[in-house]
Design a binder for this molecule. Structure first.
Ligand code: PEP
Ligand code: MG
Length: 591
């Protein structure tokens, strides 16, 4: 059978390296609902099945409710209680039972029909609040269906050395994969700066994404080669191809090891401008690896993964977070950690958030700092800030707020910080009163008013992953528009320049922590724009350092004069290529 399905497919290269292994299929798509007619003597069984699924759902919701009640001061456990009311509502239960009995259909189909009917009723109501309730009914229905189908969303557990094949993976799924030591990852959807791709890179899992239909053509057990550098995937290749790729993987590993040898060299340009190279990390267990790659500190610690790691309803409390931050600072041993308050929502969903909001445009919705400033989530936000402040006595730490869009929002976030410091002071809990507070500049409005934000913070960190998404109106996780996702777009250069100039004028530090900071081709442009701190996936540090050590600051200044007046991405790339060629920098071949 394998012999009939030899295929070669091309997608978006998301994480370099070569992985060879057997396919392990993960199905994270919407549920397919089986439709069956049943005989008279099966009616009782189907009703019992539905009853059991309703009971399991009730128990699961109870557990979530108790955890929320225990861990937060707000009243969002009431939302779960409302779900439980839906679960017991006669319109749902009695109607589904009636359909099983009278229409003689299986429990899944009966439940689905009932949920659709109720949602239709809500749709017809001309009131936004009620229309939104349709998603609550949908959420409850989906949970019961998963219980009926035995398809609870548990963790992905592939065998070691597998190639994980999925329609899509959540960032939380991907974060679990490195623990399973998988050999590679391929998906139907996704963009290069989706969090799934970022995490694959952080864990050095070769990955190709945006393959459109890979999850339907591959079967568990197929032999797969993933070439994450070229974006190619081979399904059941010839033995000869496997041998070729094993050889290539061997060479790449040797090349990677050679690069690491520059770890202890300074990241100074050839004419002596020091550049700080920092790591973006999502988990404490990445820190040692980051230091091994030559990171001089952590420029972005994404704390939202603390909320996503432990399963759907596991929210860490203040003490647990304090312990995490303390261990980060201990591992860094005097190097600075910039820790970002949790940035949940959009593609970083947890059940805790997902259960509460259905949004048509999640990237523009109630995510990140906006979510933190809502009444329900504010206590959780404050407890994280308290944990950060308490940890600040163990080493240099900076607190960073994500997705700030302007001065008002910054002040609201700072008000929570002020409350937290006030509380600690009143209780004589020690913290560093000089702790630095900064923001991500990742919303175009913030980049435009950087001069107004700068006096109110200690630092900026430019988040180009989102800044590109919002400024160019290109969904960062949508493979259909990924060709428009262009870090070297003239608009991006102008926005970055604006932010750097505002930071300089107000004498605050500015770094860049989007993925473009780790792109060797882009780095000279960033240096030319005046950036001196770059935070990236740690695996990119050795190569970026090599580029920096070959660049001359004087030449870069000349480069930028030309580049910021160019009109197209290809002209910008051509100017960088000319510079690389004239300076004899090997990376010219990448362009
Ligand atoms: C960014 O948006 O550039 C960023 C670094 O944050 P994240 O990728 O987590 O959205
Ligand atoms: Mg961002």
């Amino acid at each position: 059978m394998e012999a009939n399905r030899k295929l070669r497919k091309r997608g978006t290269p998301a994480s370099s390296g070569i992985g060879i292994g057997r396919a392990y299929l993960v199905d994270r798509r919407r549920l397919k609902i089986p439709k069956r007619h049943i005989s008279e003597d099966q009616i009782e069984d189907e009703m019992v099945r539905l009853h059991a699924a309703l009971e399991s759902s009730d128990r699961q919701l109870d557990r979530i409710k108790q955890k929320l009640q225990k861990r937060t001061e707000g009243d969002h456990h009431n939302i779960i209680a409302a779900y439980q009311l839906i679960l017991h509502d006669e319109h749902l239960v009695d109607e589904a039972m009636r359909l099983i009995r009278e229409d003689r259909i299986n429990a899944e189909w009966a439940l689905h029909q009932t949920v659709e009917h109720i949602q239709g009723v809500f749709d017809a109501i001309e009131d936004d609040y009620f229309r939104e309730r349709r998603s609550d009914v949908g959420f409850v229905g989906e949970r019961v269906l998963r219980n009926l189908l035995g398809r609870e969303l548990g963790p992905v557990k592939p065998p070691p050395d597998a190639i994980v094949v999925a329609h899509d993976l959540s960032p939380a799924d991907t974060a679990q994969l490195h623990r399973a030591a998988v050999a590679g990852l391929v998906t139907d959807v996704g963009g290069k700066t989706s969090h799934t791709a970022i995490i694959a890179r952080a864990h050095e899992i070769p990955a190709v994404i945006g393959l459109e239909d890979i999850s339907t053509v591959v079967e568990t057990g197929d032999l797969i080669i993933v070439d994450g550098s070229m974006g190619e995937v081979f399904i059941n290749p010839e033995a000869r191809t496997v041998a070729e790729y094993r050889e290539l993987a061997h060479k790449e590993a040797a090349f990677g090891a050679a690069l690491l040898s520059n770890r202890d060299l300074p990241a100074d340009t050839a004419d002596g401008t020091p550049i700080e190279l920092l790591a973006n990390v999502d988990h404490t267990d990445e820190i040692q690896g980051a230091l091994n790659h030559g990171a001089m500190g952590v420029g972005l610690f994404r704390t939202e993964f603390l909320f996503m790691a432990g399963g759907e309803d596991d929210i860490p409390d203040e003490d647990e977070q304090y312990e995490v931050f303390r261990s980060v600072l201990e591992m860094l041993d005097g190097k600075t950690a910039t820790i970002r308050t949790f940035d949940l929502g959009a593609d970083k969903m947890t059940q805790f958030i997902g259960a509460r909001h259905h949004e048509v445009n999640p990237a523009l919705g109630l995510r990140s700092i906006r979510l933190c400033l809502t009444e329900g989530v504010r206590p959780l936000f404050k407890s994280q800030i308290r944990a950060l402040l308490r940890a600040s006595v163990h080493g240099p730490v900076r607190i960073m707020f994500p997705m700030i869009s302007g001065v008002d929002e910054l002040r609201l976030a700072r008000a929570v910080l002020d409350e937290a410091t006030e509380e600690l002071r009143a209780d004589s809990v020690p913290y560093d009163p000089h702790i630095k507070i900064g923001i991500m500049v990742e919303v175009p409005s913030a980049a435009m008013v950087a001069d107004l934000l700068a006096p109110e913070v200690d630092f900026f960190s430019i988040g180009t992953n989102d800044l590109i998404q919002y400024a160019l109106a290109v969904d960062r996780v949508n493979e259909h528009v990924s060709y428009l996702y262009q870090p070297l777009h003239p608009c991006m250069l102008r926005l970055i320049r604006n932010v750097v100039e505002a930071a300089r004028a107000h004498d605050i530090s500015v770094s860049i922590c989007g993925e473009m900071a780790g792109d060797p081709v882009v780095v000279p442009v960033l240096l030319a724009l005046g950036l001196r701190e770059l935070s990236m996936n740690a695996v990119a540090i050795p190569e970026v350092k090599n580029i920096i050590r070959s660049c001359r600051q004087g030449d870069l200044e000349a480069l930028i004069d030309g580049v910021t007046s160019l009109g197209t991405v290809s002209e910008v790339r051509a100017a960088v290529r000319d510079y690389f060629l004239s300076a004899n920098i090997e990376a010219a071949k990448l362009l």
